[in-house]
Design a protein around this ligand. Structure first.
Ligand SMILES: Cc1cc2nc3c(=O)[nH]c(=O)nc-3n(C[C@H](O)[C@H](O)[C@H](O)COP(=O)(O)OP(=O)(O)OC[C@H]3O[C@@H](n4cnc5c(N)ncnc54)[C@H](O)[C@@H]3O)c2cc1C
Length: 181
């Protein structure tokens, strides 16, 4: 993965469950050698492109993290697994965001990550690292926005479409710049 040869994805968020991971509804059912999974996930980054996915599902033992790859998707067939693209976003368009639908999707028991019922901690540990990436993205977007605004401010005044925000921009530009850098 570090060499960029594999793309991964994590599927936790559902149509009715975002920040509150514990309320997710995707169910897993014990079938001796494997689990059958039913439910749907939304906002999965890299959906459709990922070589493997980490999925969080629920049963009486709690939340369990499981890994599945393209091979397992092919083995299950299209009736058991579907991906719907969620379309173009306002930003972060270098990655896809998709909905994953599981209908009696079979996952072998040895695809469980860590212990059954202890998936919440595994996923939250991953999110901890993700927060740093999100913070870096936010700072990058903010700088980009600021630099665009600064460039616009320096254009000859007759090219401004409206006078008012420009004047305010000029007045506050120095302060904003010192806060950002
Ligand atoms: C670009 C993008 C990529 C994503 N990629 C993935 C992915 O790869 N895999 C994945 O599983 N998910 C992904 N997500 C989903 C993301 O994890 C969820 O958006 C996030 O968990 C928040 O859930 P939500 O959108 O349902 O918002 P909600 O949980 O409904 O929250 C909405 C607002 O309410 C606030 N809030 C929520 N609960 C409380 C509370 N108890 N007290 C006070 N305030 C509260 C939140 O802070 C937020 O401001 C992605 C989202 C985006 C936008």
């Amino acid at each position: 993965m570090i060499e960029g040869r594999y793309i991964s994805a994590i599927s936790v968020t559902e149509p009715d469950s975002g920040s509150d991971i514990g309320s997710l509804k995707t169910r897993m059912e014990d079938k001796e050698d494997f689990f059958t999974v039913n439910g749907s996930k939304v906002f999965t980054t890299n959906a459709g492109y990922a070589d493997f996915y980490t999925l969080l599902a629920k049963d009486e033992s709690g939340l369990t993290a499981m890994l599945f790859d393209k091979e397992l998707i092919d083995t299950n067939g299209p009736r058991r697994f579907e991906i719907n693209d969620l379309g173009r976003k306002m930003g972060i368009n270098t990655t896809t965001s998709g909905e994953l639908v599981f209908s009696d999707f079979h996952i072998p028991k040895d695809y469980v990550i860590g212990q059954r019922g202890k998936g919440m901690k595994i996923v939250l540990d991953g999110f901890e690292l993700g927060r740093i990436v999100i913070a870096a993205q936010a700072i990058g977007s903010m700088l980009y926005g600021y630099e665009k605004a600064a460039k616009y401010r320096k254009m000859p005044s007759r090219r401004y479409s409206t006078d008012c925000p420009v004047k305010a921009g000029r007045k506050n530009a120095g302060k904003t710049e010192s806060k950002l850098y």
